[in-house]
Design a binder for this molecule. Structure first.
Ligand code: MOS
Length: 784
């Protein structure tokens, strides 16, 4: 690893070897020492009592009864409450902060600013978390500089949350203001080009794209726009820093990565790992906004250390718009087609936005050349720096936006070719990763197209725009392809098996709402041959075995295979004990010949040769078996790993008013072996709802005069509500994969949104004959 890589920590070192959203295809570092987990499918396939079955969340009862505690719900005696004062200018510096009036309010304990705060680290690397982009990370309450509107500049701490918030309104701030820019359209010509083939940069070109485009039978070029969007998780960002005395802290933080936050806090406050434990047992939605440590945790810890007491900081809904966001993206796609409906060339140019201080971007353009067969492809990506906070990952970062443009452009090409849009996709179908020219470990997108189209009734589509009606409404049918990476990350899992047949399974991963608790329990129950109820799961605690942040849809595959590896170690220990029993029926059995089933060690050759776990442990004098295994995955193998989907959408558009309803969506997904069809369907359904929002509703509006978000609330930032969501059908196609990992698992937290906005935009075109290339598709754009 280069020093750059090690500075970035475990996560980026590993993701650098991914292919698209999280890393370039040809990452020039074969330095990731990886030991691939060996598939043992003979073992696995017989053991699926729970894996694959629709299982209700094991934490569901705790969540609906309120027993599940979130970061702002951990109460301790003497807790103080912090309220954030945010800057009202976008750029400049603080000249004076007058907290005297706030300090006079009864119940106010202190007002912390850059002038009176305790010491914070003074170098960028201390603030550089596992998923930080290049640049100089934001330092809350560090100095007088203002980098974005809404920046935290003071923390009012009081005995009560309402007093703190009231007193925060009394803090007076004088600024020296400087000119700011928050409008990507004003800066697009000054976008800084990203280097090709570098980490998160656009891929290298292939073939001779210019010549191929010039020679193409038919060309389509279009510019597409996706605005800034915010994650809007239901739970507000919050941290409760519990002062344990002697400088030690337990921090309950809303985060997708407790160990990332712990390392970060150790850097920022120069603390030792033993001095700070970070917990996040439950999370009310993250969607990427909690991959990096957010400033609430810095402020809570800062105040706790300053006051030597426990402090809680909760962001307001408005302040939730002062953290990361999905970068606005201007994209130009050009497709050259041969007359037979195959692709001759693809070019994809993108501009995305970031802050003035960090260069966040993903490989947004690479999806185009990956997905469809085309000998020629070329990419460009420029970064526009604005006076806003740094943009960040948001559900299917880069693909949700990049594939919107690609799949809109493919639809436009199909229209120009007078070809059914699904037929065009089939003619361009690729069985190889086009960017790296590798076969897939599995790719069953064909079945997604087939089964999705059947379920939707696609064959009955009249290709003519405006040809289908339902009363006063125009009916449109559109489709699109989705693609995401199937990533997996180094992870460790501990299992403690008790003689009574109960197992505790632990890992520092989060469950960001995806169902991680539940799938961990299902996998552990199957691998240990125990009933689901005998399994308890511990996660979201920095003291547990190592985990990356939960993101990139990589936790399900990673942690499940980690559980399988650790369960194997438990089995081996049990077998050693069983062999010592007098006349042991397993005396000659090799570990691989023995499975754990129904509370027993059982010979795979002869099911009558078995020893119960209880007997083996009793004879061996063991009341518990504790094992911890760490696994890594080979990233640069001969195969590409992706998940795919086919989305079919129906819209009904009121002809007079332009009101659009998404009446039906079928999303057919190929994502390897599905661990839990119930929670998996929920993930895809949630992704479709996000796609509806992206297509029709979501847009963060910045008043460029003030450089401030205008609609920083869920009344004016529109997300789909129940009335916007109609019939959604989720299909999982079979996609056996003996190569990717022993359990054949791919993740699916993110694929659900990819392609949905394009399918809806294409349906709107089919309904109305009007092509809207900038999102969201609001009725004024249809009527205008
Ligand atoms: Mo996801 S955007 O990696 O939480």
């Amino acid at each position: 690893m280069t020093s750059d890589m090690s500075r970035r920590g475990v996560l980026q070192g590993a993701v650098a070897l991914g292919t698209l959203g999280y890393g370039p295809a040809h990452a020039d570092d074969a330095r990731h020492a990886a030991v691939a987990v060996q598939p043992d499918n003979r073992v696995r396939k017989s053991m699926t009592a729970y894996i694959g079955t629709p299982t209700s969340r094991i934490d569901g009862r705790a969540k609906v009864t309120g027993a599940a505690k979130y970061a702002a719900e951990f109460n301790v005696p003497g807790l103080a409450y912090g309220s954030i004062v945010a800057s009202t200018i976008a750029k400049g510096r603080i000249v004076r902060i007058d907290a005297s009036e706030a300090l006079r309010v009864e119940g106010v304990v202190d007002v912390l600013t850059h002038q009176n705060r305790p010491r914070l680290a003074d170098n960028d690397s201390a603030y550089h978390d596992d998923v930080a982009p290049d640049g100089s990370p934001f330092r809350p309450l560090y100095d007088e500089r203002i980098l974005f509107n809404g920046q935290p500049i003071a923390l009012v701490v009081a005995e009560d949350a309402d007093i703190a918030r009231f007193a925060a309104s009394l803090v007076r701030v004088d600024y020296h203001e400087e000119a700011h820019v928050t409008d990507v359209h004003r800066r697009r010509d000054e976008a800084v080009p990203l280097e090709l083939g570098k980490m998160f940069g656009p891929p290298q070109p292939r073939g001779t794209p210019e010549a191929a485009l010039a020679a193409a039978e038919l060309r389509h070029a279009g510019e597409y726009y996706v605005p800034i969007e915010h994650h809007n998780p239901m739970e507000l960002y919050a941290a409760t820093a519990v002062w344990e005395g002697g400088g030690k802290l337990t921090v309950y933080d809303k985060t997708q990565g407790v160990q990332n936050v712990q390392r970060y806090l150790c850097g920022v406050f120069d603390m030792k790992p033993d001095d700070v434990r970070v917990m996040s047992p439950f999370m009310g939605g993250g969607f990427g906004s909690g991959l990096r440590p957010q400033y609430e945790v810095v402020l809570a810890v800062l105040a706790a250390r300053a006051l030597e007491r426990s402090v809680r900081v909760v962001l307001t809904r408005q302040q939730m718009y002062g953290i990361g966001y999905r970068p606005a993206m201007i994209q130009r796609i050009e497709l050259g087609a041969n007359s037979d409906g195959t692709l001759a060339a693809i070019t994809h140019d993108a501009i995305t936005v970031t802050s003035q201080y960090e260069d966040f971007h993903r490989q947004e353009t690479g999806w185009s050349g990956l997905l469809y067969k085309s000998a020629n492809a070329k990419y460009a990506h420029g970064l526009v720096k604005l006076d806003l906070p740094t943009s960040c990952d948001m559900r299917a970062p880069s693909a949700a936006t990049g594939v919107f443009a690609l799949e809109s452009a493919m639809d436009e090409l199909a229209v120009a070719l007078k070809l059914d849009p699904l037929e065009l996709r089939l003619r361009c179908y690729s069985d190889r990763d086009q960017t790296t020219d590798r076969p897939y470990s599995s790719k069953n997108l064909r079945d997604c197209y087939r089964r999705g189209a059947d379920a939707f009734g696609w064959a009955r589509r009249n290709p003519e725009p405006r040809s289908m009606r339902d009363g006063t409404e125009l009916v449109g049918w559109g489709m699109a392809t989705g693609v995401w990476e199937a990533l997996q990350m180094s992870i460790a899992v501990r299992i403690v098996l008790s003689a009574n047949g109960h197992a505790e399974v632990s890992c520092a991963t989060s469950d960001i709402g995806t169902g991680t608790y539940t799938i961990m329990a299902q996998v552990a129950a199957d691998m240990l041959g125990l009933p689901l109820d005998n399994i308890s799961i511990k996660l979201g605690d920095s003291t547990l075995p190592q985990s990356p942040v939960e993101g990139g849809s990589w936790i399900a595959a990673s942690v499940s295979n980690g559980i399988a590896a650790t369960a194997e170690a438990v089995r081996n220990d049990l077998l050693r004990l069983a062999k010592r029993m007098p006349n042991s029926p397993l005396a000659d059995a090799a570990p691989d010949e023995v499975a754990l089933e129904d509370g027993k060690l059982v010979s795979r050759r002869d099911a009558l040769r078995a020893v119960s776990i209880a007997n083996a442990m009793r004879h061996g004098g063991a009341d518990r078996i504790e094992k911890e295994e760490a696994i890594t995955f080979a990233h640069e193998g001969p195969y590409a790993h992706n998940v795919h989907s086919a989305i079919f959408a129906e819209v009904k558009v009121d002809e007079q008013l332009g009101v659009i309803r998404v009446t039906r969506v079928v999303n057919a997904v190929a994502a390897g072996r599905i661990l839990n069809t119930k929670t998996a369907s929920s993930q895809i359904m949630g992704g479709v709802v996000w796609g509806i929002g992206m297509a029709l509703h979501e847009e963060t509006l910045v008043d460029h005069h003030f450089g401030r978000v205008m609609n920083a609330n869920i009344a004016e930032y529109h997300v789909p509500v129940n009335a916007d969501v109609h019939d959604i059908k989720v299909i999982f196609v079979d996609e056996p994969d003996d190569i990717i990992n022993p359990l054949g698992i791919k993740g699916l937290g993110e694929i659900g949104i990819v392609g949905v906005a394009a399918a809806i935009a294409n349906a709107v075109y089919h309904a109305t004959g009007k092509r809207v290339r900038d999102l969201p598709i609001t009725l004024d754009k249809l009527l205008g």
